[in-house]
Design a protein around this ligand. Structure first.
Ligand code: NAD
Length: 469
């Protein structure tokens, strides 16, 4: 097995310039990340362009076989990757965190390799005959965030590679080492130049999004950056899949059992310490069971240890960066300032190393409070009281984003009826945020467009071609 140091030392800076990456839990140095510039990006795109035709010519079976070997490579280095991810991103090794994320990388590679995609006969009536095929796009750009840096990179690159494309990844400037290490491991099993990663700033991402040699951009990140990418991709009419920000609502119906759902509600909101696109970010609870749900959630929250990720006892970690810590602090302060009731947390300890914000539950809060209306992307959940289901649905649909949502009830049939009224790409019943490589995932409204995962996810990485006649 490679060691953590081996993985990092093998990443040679191209331009020579490097940037020190610090552990968000301790402030200690994790390693040096190369600072790639536009010239490095051009070299990566040229290498990808050269490698792509031979890869496309291999066909689906051979490419799927390579993805399965890449999954094996991830599993061989799993513990080292998880330790690096934990130190750079902050998420604990244990719980649904770093080891879980590395495991998901292997699982998504395998599932993407196993998804069948055959040409479809769309008309065959004796007079007309038409088939629908999906051909490689060419070179795909993948631009990702810092919250699940390895898993989201695999979500973007696995279907792109499977469909016969080469990929240039632009890692988040907050978590470059995790993505560099992951790509190095994947490249043990892939042809040279096919998959490269550039570790640069926003300007490198912006150039990738406008570059004439890039046929498609897979983007996961904020809605603001998604809008910038739409603009910069316009000149070349690039294909885009945009997985953007969310502010997911959960609606607890009056017949739900507070104690039975409390732990799943908790992880729906606090997975990755709340730094998850499709986490539960606003919880609407019927007035009949409001106090019981608050009590049950508080009991679960109080029992979940937060701390340095390499300590096996911890299941919650720090915020990944100061900017995010400041956003969460500002929003909780806004709630407190408006007279909302803090059930637990809400007071970060001053003078401690790391960007730790305590697990925070806020009750008796108005729907228009900034902690409800804005995406907190951290460990602070507002719990809003409602009287009628119509009112809850209206509040859930009241924002301009719609990534995920959830309905919690003892009656799944009733819950599905409410789910159908919610404007979101996915509505989960009695769970929140559970993604599956076989099930399409994407946003409604300003949470983005395009689907990832499953056969729809593969089709999104191909150019449809109709053979008519
Ligand atoms: P961000 O938009 O700030 O950055 C994402 C990436 O875009 C980074 O690599 C950055 O360098 C790059 N970038 C910045 N400006 C660019 C430009 N003009 N052109 C091209 N690339 C550019 O997002 P973030 O802060 O890293 O991530 C947090 C956000 O991402 C949250 O809003 C969260 O909800 C969202 N997110 C969404 C999903 C999803 O699947 N929908 C998943 C994870 C995170």
């Amino acid at each position: 097995m490679e060691t953590f140091t081996d993985i990092l030392s093998a990443i040679t800076p191209v331009s020579g310039e490097t940037r020190t990456i610090f552990d968000p839990a301790t402030g200690e140095t994790v390693g040096e990340a190369p600072v790639h510039d536009i010239g490095d990006l051009e070299r990566a795109i040229a290498a990808a362009t050269a490698a792509q035709p031979a890869w496309a010519a291999l066909g689906h079976d051979a490419r799927s076989a390579a993805l399965l070997k890449a999954a094996d490579a991830v599993e061989r280095s799993a513990e080292e990757l998880a330790r690096l991810l934990s130190r750079e991103q902050g998420k604990p090794l244990n719980g649904p965190n770093a080891r879980f994320e590395v495991g998901a990388c292997a699982a998504w590679l395998r599932a993407t390799a196993a998804t069948p995609l055959d040409p479809e006969t769309v008309v065959d009536d004796g007079e007309s005959y038409a088939e629908l095929h999906y051909k490689p796009i060419g070179v795909v750009g993948a631009i990702g965030p810092w919250n699940w840096p390895m898993m989201i990179t695999v979500w973007q690159i696995a279907p792109a590679l499977r469909m016969g494309n080469a990929v240039v990844v632009k890692a988040s400037e907050y978590t470059p080492l995790s993505v560099l290490a992951l790509v190095k491991v994947l490249n043990e099993e892939l042809p040279e130049g096919l998959l490269t990663v550039v570790s640069g700033g926003r300007e490198v991402g912006a150039r990738l999004a406008e570059h004439p040699a890039i046929g498609k951009v897979m983007f996961t990140g904020s809605t603001a950056t998604g809008k910038a990418i739409i603009k910069s991709s316009a000149g070349t009419v690039k294909r885009l899949t945009l997985e953007l920000g969310g502010n997911d609502a959960g609606i607890v119906l009056p017949d739900a059992d507070p104690k039975a759902i409390a732990e799943d509600l908790f992880w729906g909101a606090f997975i990755n310490t709340g730094q998850t696109c499709a986490a539960l970010k606003r919880l609407y609870v019927h007035e009949d069971i409001y106090d019981d749900v608050c009590e049950a959630l508080t009991a679960v929250a109080a029992a979940m240890p937060m701390g340095v990720g390499l300590d096996e006892a911890n299941v919650l970690g720090p915020l990944q960066n100061k900017q995010q810590f400041d956003i969460v602090s500002r929003l909780v302060d806004a709630a407190k300032g408006a007279g909302a009731r803090v059930l637990v947390g809400g007071n970060p300890e001053a003078g401690q190393p790391g960007y730790f914000y305590p697990t925070t539950l806020v009750a008796d809060i108005d729907n228009d409070n900034p902690l409800v209306a804005e995406e907190q992307f951290g460990p602070a959940l507002p719990i809003i009281r409602y009287s009628t289901v119509d009112e809850a649905v209206a509040m859930a649909n009241g924002l301009d984003v719609g990534l995920g949502a959830s309905v919690w009830s003892s009656d799944p049939t009733e819950a599905r009826k409410v789910a159908a009224r919610i404007e979101a790409g996915t509505v989960w019943i009695n769970k929140h945020g559970a993604v599956d490589p076989r099930i399409p995932f994407g946003g409604a409204k300003q949470s983005g467009y395009g689907l990832e995962f499953g056969v729809e996810g593969l089709k999104a990485l191909g150019v449809p071609q109709v053979i008519n006649g």
